[in-house]
Every structure is written in C-alpha cells, then in structure tokens.
Design a protein around this ligand. Structure first.
Ligand code: GTP
Length: 253
C-alpha cells in the first residue's frame, strides 16, 4: 500500500486534512496560495520530513526540489532541518540523520524557463531509476514560467496537460509523492456557488483544465493574520479547513 508511509507536514492539523498521515505518496498534491503564505516553507519542510527514518515512522526517502523562482534558500533549509532533527531527538532515542546529510539528500534543480521545466520532468524517469530512494518531487512553482510571456493559451494547455501526464506516470511508476506549489490569480465574473459575481476573486493560477490534473488541491490563505489550509478537492478525502503557522522552525500547528 503506497499510502502507508506518507510525508508528515509538521503541522498535525494539516496532516489530519490528509486523513492524519500528511501528504500521500502515490498522488499529486497541489498547494496554491498568494505570495508569502508559506508555499516554499512547506516545500522545504516536506523535503526534510520525507527523510524522517523508517524507525521513526517516516518514509526514509530523499527529495527532488525543482525551483522555478529561486525561492529555495539553503540557509533556511538548514534552519528547518536543525529544528526538525531537534524535535525528533526529543521524542525518540532511535538513531537520527544529521543536518548535513539531510541537505545533501535534497536534489536541487534550478529552472529558468518553461522549456527547462518540461525537460527536467522528462528526464526524471531516468534520474529516479538512479536515485531510487527519492520519495518526493516538489515543483516550486508550476505557474511562474507559464504565466509569463504566454500568449498562446492553447499551446499552454497542451504543454501543461503533457506535463501532468508525465507527473502522473511518475507517481504511478515510483513510490513517491509529487507536490506542486501554485500561485493565485485574479478572475472576474466567476460563478461563486450559484451567484455570478462581478467582483474580482482570487483563484488558483493556470485555469480550469489544469485544476483537474492533481489528485488533491489545497488552498492556503490568510484571514485576520491567521494562516489557513483548505482542502478543496481530493480523490479520496473530505473537504476541510485548518489553521497552521510558519515559525522560525518551519511549518507548525
Ligand atoms: P512566493 O514564493 O512569493 O509565492 O511565496 P510563498 O508562498 O512561497 O511564501 P514563502 O514560503 O516564501 O513564505 C514566506 C513567509 O514565511 C514569510 O512571510 C514569513 O512569514 C515566513 N518565513 C520565511 N522565512 C522565515 C523565517 O526564517 N522565520 C520565520 N519565523 N518565518 C519565516
């Protein structure tokens, strides 16, 4: 059962949204949210938590981090890894991995345009055969290069569908989770429930066709200075909303 060793988020409330287990292996999970809401922090936290050893109920894996915006900061990853190791060591006397090893097990790809993104995802199949311990692929973010300079929307849809197909093949062929970070965009005249509104509303970027490509979609947002995660769509889980925090140690309750 591929769902047996999911990736904890370090926020119990978000783990509970996913049935108590965190981000599922064998699925594509998308987190959407406005700038600063903490998507990159979550991506880094998951890249660390996927390495939690099996003797501590973790997946004992490695991560691939595909960075399209230059958001990944090694020093921040080191800080979150240090805090994660510290909190694990307080809970258990089982042997742990050290921070340097954790950082070396985040395979980092910096992408500069959408062609590089498509190319990297294409070669992942071969890369994963050589790095069979990788159990998480993060794309931070999917929208960045597809929103810039894209006048041909039909081409964009085709490319995104192809990308989604490649990612689906990966989750089907390897025992791993794909986590996609996505931006929000303003839309006018959308149907909110049964009411057609002319007010601008924030919706996940990349449109309707992309919205069907992921197994789970979570929207991250603020209200009154509190951050919330709202599971809006899932193939097997119930919709729900929970609060979470970004602290100096990473993602927390
Ligand atoms: P974009 O990449 O701009 O779309 O944003 P994002 O959603 O990826 O946000 P990101 O993960 O970069 O989160 C930024 C937020 O995380 C900041 O506004 C801070 O609130 C928080 N944050 C980032 N670094 C630290 C840190 O070192 N300490 C603390 N306490 N919070 C941090």
């Amino acid at each position: 059962d591929l769902d047996r060793c999911p990736i904890f988020t370090s926020c119990e409330a978000i783990d509970k949204l996913f049935g108590g287990h965190g981000v599922p292996i064998g699925k594509i999970t998308e987190f959407c949210g406005a700038p600063g809401i903490g998507k990159t922090q979550l991506g880094i936290q998951l890249s660390i938590n996927v390495q939690i050893p099996k003797n501590l109920s973790g997946p004992g894996g490695e991560a691939i981090y595909i960075d399209t915006e230059g958001s990944f900061i090694a020093q921040r990853a080191q800080e979150i890894a240090t805090a994660t190791v510290q909190s694990l060591s307080e809970k258990s006397t089982e042997p742990l991995i050290d921070v340097e090893t954790i950082l070396s097990r985040i395979h980092y790809f910096r992408i500069h345009d959408y062609i590089e993104l498509l190319a990297v995802v294409k070669i992942l199949d071969d890369y994963l055969k050589e790095h069979s311990n990788v159990k998480l692929v993060v794309i931070d973010s999917i929208a960045f290069h597809f929103r810039q300079n894209f006048s041909d929307m039909a081409l964009r849809t085709r490319l995104l569908n192809g990308l989604a197909q490649d990612l689906t093949k990966l989750v089907d062929s390897f025992e791993l989770a794909v986590v996609i970070l996505n931006q929000m965009t303003t839309k006018f005249g959308v149907n909110s429930g049964t009411i057609l509104t002319d007010k601008p509303v924030l919706v996940p970027a990349l449109g309707e066709s992309w919205s069907h490509q992921c197994n789970n979609r979570v929207i991250l947002y603020w209200r009154d200075d509190i951050r919330y995660a709202h599971l809006v769509k899932s193939s097997n889980l119930q919709e729900g909303t929970v609060p979470y925090k970004i602290t100096s140690q990473g993602v927390r309750d």
